[in-house]
Design a protein around this ligand. Structure first.
Ligand code: PRP
Length: 183
């Protein structure tokens, strides 16, 4: 298959196959860990996690439900202020259920920290996190990650759900955006 690489992309960081292999490995690990727990709910964080969530969920071999949450972070220019606002909650109650938060990217950590505090307060049976991409250099608040796809350097990446101004989300790979796009 020909891979289309828009002009705005400097290079492909993680190609389709690399992502697919890692997503499958994560799904195997999650399926093993949850084999005895019924009532597993994957909670995808919109919009970025929609593709990762769809691929991960379809690789799981344990029964599960899917639900979604949407957040908005208050950014001042390109700088995250750390303030997070809930704009769409899960459809179903999460109390007493095994929750796995599914995120595309962990950057400052503010979003996942907010989600963990929010869901912990709702008394789930358990609460874990699954993150495809982590940028450890950007962290402002430490958050636990139970299942991690890849650690990457501090570069702006797009594709596989990740965006720049809502563009490039549906590229099948994860690519590095040219600096001139956001400088
Ligand atoms: C991205 C990503 C995470 C968050 C991580 O969402 O999907 O939810 O940023 O950043 P943090 O660790 O610094 O909090 P974004 O606000 O870009 O919205 P989107 O998912 O709709 O693209």
């Amino acid at each position: 298959m020909n891979t289309i690489i828009p002009n705005a992309i400097e290079r492909v960081l993680l190609d389709e196959e690399t992502i697919a292999v890692r997503v499958h490995e994560l799904a195997v690990q999650i399926s093993t860990d949850y084999v005895k727990s019924d009532n597993l709910v994957l909670i995808g964080v919109l919009k970025g996690a929609f593709i990762f969530m769809a691929d991960l969920a379809r690789c799981l071999t344990v029964p599960h439900h899917v639900d979604f949450i949407a957040l908005s972070s208050y950014n001042r220019g390109t700088v995250s202020t750390g303030a997070v606002r809930l704009i769409m909650d899960t459809r179903a109650s999460v109390t007493g259920r095994h929750l796995l938060i599914v995120e595309d990217i962990l950057d400052t950590g503010y979003t996942l920290d907010y989600l963990l505090r929010t869901f912990r307060a709702r008394n789930p049976a358990s609460l874990r996190t699954c993150v495809l991409i982590s940028k450890p250099d950007r962290r402002q608040v430490e958050v636990p990650v139970d299942y991690l796809g890849f650690e990457i350097p501090n570069e702006w990446v797009v594709g596989y759900g990740l965006d720049y101004s809502d563009r490039f989300r549906t590229l099948p790979y994860i690519g590095v955006l040219k600096r001139e796009m956001y400088k």
